[in-house]
Write a protein that binds this ligand. Structure first.
Ligand SMILES: [Zn+2]
Length: 540
């Protein structure tokens, strides 16, 4: 199983990733570093054989004779359909990718040299990754750093523009050097020619910038990656903390900046980063106190006994959100493409006449939330049950739906009509903008009912207002958890206190998760673990 995975990884990184796309404005032969486009056919993979190969030749070895390397190369090209003369070298280096195998990887390069085989860009890129792996376990010697620079010079000298994958390899190589890491900055820009720079490229460079005392560059990269919806890896925060810890005088200010960044971008730190903060507080108790804590049901911190801040936004923020939503989402978004201007005008007029509501329900979203294969009678009944839920709480409700819902079960639809305002759009319409328009128009106390996470709408608002939108959404979004066998519904009510890092008085509360994930869920769940953190005022 392990081998199969390893091979898939190798196949992906060596073959797919190195397949560069030619650009049209320069001669392609000098333009891109790698040209392997062969699509692998993964047939029956003799994975035992790979294990055997590693055990026989690569494990616990720091060099091989030229004869042995020759054998390794032949075994790989003979045994695997997708390994051929042009990618076998990169595959071998992929097998030597761990930090301690750097001497072995270099031994392979010596073998290639002895055979008069010029390593291609993918191979050299792989080698840079092995240097990078070693760099994460120890400081590289001057000689090793010079070797990295030499490889980078070779690659950059041979190609005017490098493809994104080669740029990424070079960035990972250069950050392992003391003097030349800044050469990685323009390479990150070069990556943008063919694709968005990866989380790994951004993170490793930002971490290096913190370690090398270039915090402004690091923060710029972090803001840029967040703008591109990429979440920094833990190594960035660890580098920031390690660097900040060296200067007790500015530690408080540095931490404050980090925490404000986490707050602004709604970032939940991993356990690894949390442990680092706890360790830092143990080392510097005069400057920093950190306690791992949990919240009670009402959002009270178990350590300092303070309640987390209410999530509500201010009147001014709400007014700004409402206006921006209209300008950026309702007008710019494809709402007019999916429905007619007449329909939008009819809807606005309807809302003018019937608002305000206490809750706006996305009828179709609710009806389909327990599966869309159910008979219309059941869909209508579920929607009616949700309407009843609010009716029993004396709430004034607007149900948004589609014309085809008119054909659903008569009694249930009749109940909905009698107990809610109902607006049915044509069958092509996107419902979210209508839902958000009606809710925002209705005022700051109005809630909405939908399972949709509204990501794209939030994103269109820009990073500052996105955070405001998220807070508003958290405070006002209801959704259906499930319907029981007896037809009862379980409703998820909004969480009223803030779930992102924020300060209560002088105490920061920072949500934590188990491990880094590039795409954390955007639903509103209360994190189990938090840090309760105070920075001594005199050093801020
Ligand atoms: Zn606390």
């Amino acid at each position: 199983m392990y081998n199969l995975r390893l091979l898939r990884l190798l196949r992906h990184s060596v073959i797919t990733k190195s397949a560069g796309r030619a650009l049209t404005h320069s001669p392609p032969c000098r333009l891109l570093a790698s040209h392997h486009k062969r699509r692998p056919q993964l047939g029956a993979v003799p994975s035992d054989q790979l294990d055997q190969l590693k055990a026989d030749y690569l494990d616990r070895r720091s060099e091989l004779s030229n004869e042995d390397w020759h054998r390794v190369r032949n075994i790989l090209t003979d045994s695997y359909k997708y390994i051929n003369g042009s990618n076998v070298d990169a595959v071998v280096l992929g097998l030597c990718s761990s930090a301690e195998k750097l001497p072995l990887a270099k031994s392979y390069l010596s073998y290639l040299q002895a055979q008069g085989i010029e390593p291609n860009a993918a191979t050299l890129g792989r080698l840079l990754r092995v240097y990078n792996a070693a760099y994460h376990t120890r400081t590289l010697s001057d000689e090793e750093q010079a070797e990295i620079v030499h490889i980078c010079d070779t690659l950059q000298g041979a190609h005017e523009t490098l493809d994104a994958s080669s740029c990424e390899h070079l960035i990972h190589g250069l950050v392992a050097t003391k003097q030349h890491w800044q050469r990685a900055v323009p390479l990150l820009d070069m990556m943008k020619v063919t694709s968005a720079p990866s989380v790994a490229a951004y993170s490793t460079l930002a971490a290096k910038a913190f370690s090398a005392e270039q915090p402004e560059l690091a923060w710029r990269l972090l803001e840029e990656m967040l703008q591109a919806r990429k979440l920094p890896k833990c190594e960035v925060y660890l580098a920031h903390l390690a660097q900040s810890a060296q200067q007790a005088q500015t530690l408080g200010a540095q931490l404050e900046r980090l925490l404000l960044f986490l707050e602004r971008h709604d970032i939940v730190i991993s356990d690894l980063v949390a442990q680092q903060l706890l360790a830092l507080a143990q080392r510097l108790p005069q400057q920093l106190q950190v306690t791992a804590t949990r919240l009670d049901r009402m959002g009270k911190c178990g350590a300092c006994q303070q309640h987390l801040q209410h999530v509500a936004i201010s009147d001014a923020q709400f007014a700004e959100l409402r206006e921006s939503f209209l300008a950026k989402v309702l007008i710019r978004n494809d709402v007019f493409q999916k429905s007619t201007p007449q329909e939008v005008a009819r809807f606005k007029q309807y809302v003018e006449q019937t608002a305000p509501y206490d809750c706006v329900i996305d009828g179709l979203n609710v009806a389909y939330s327990t599966g869309n294969k159910k008979p219309p009678q059941q869909l209508a009944k579920l929607l009616a049950t949700v309407v009843r839920y609010f009716k029993e709480r004396r709430k004034r409700v607007l149900v948004l739906g589609r014309q085809h819902m008119r054909n659903w079960s008569k009694p249930a639809m009749q109940y909905i009509q009698n107990n809610a305002s109902v607006f049915l759009t044509n069958n092509l319409t996107h419902d979210d903008p209508f839902l958000l328009y009606a809710t925002l128009h209705s005022g700051q106390d109005t809630d909405f009912f939908s399972r949709d996470l509204m990501r794209s709408h939030a994103f269109l608002l820009g990073s500052e207002l996105k955070a405001v939108f998220r807070r508003w959404q958290q405070e006002h979004q209801y959704s259906l958890v499930t319907q029981t066998q007896t037809g009862q519904i379980i409703v998820k009510e909004p969480i009223r206190y803030r779930l992102s890092a924020h300060k209560v008085g002088n105490v920061w509360h920072v949500p934590c998760c188990e491990a880094y994930t590039p795409n954390p869920p955007e639903s509103f769940e209360v994190p189990e673990k938090w840090l309760c953190l105070s920075i001594a005022q005199n050093v801020v």
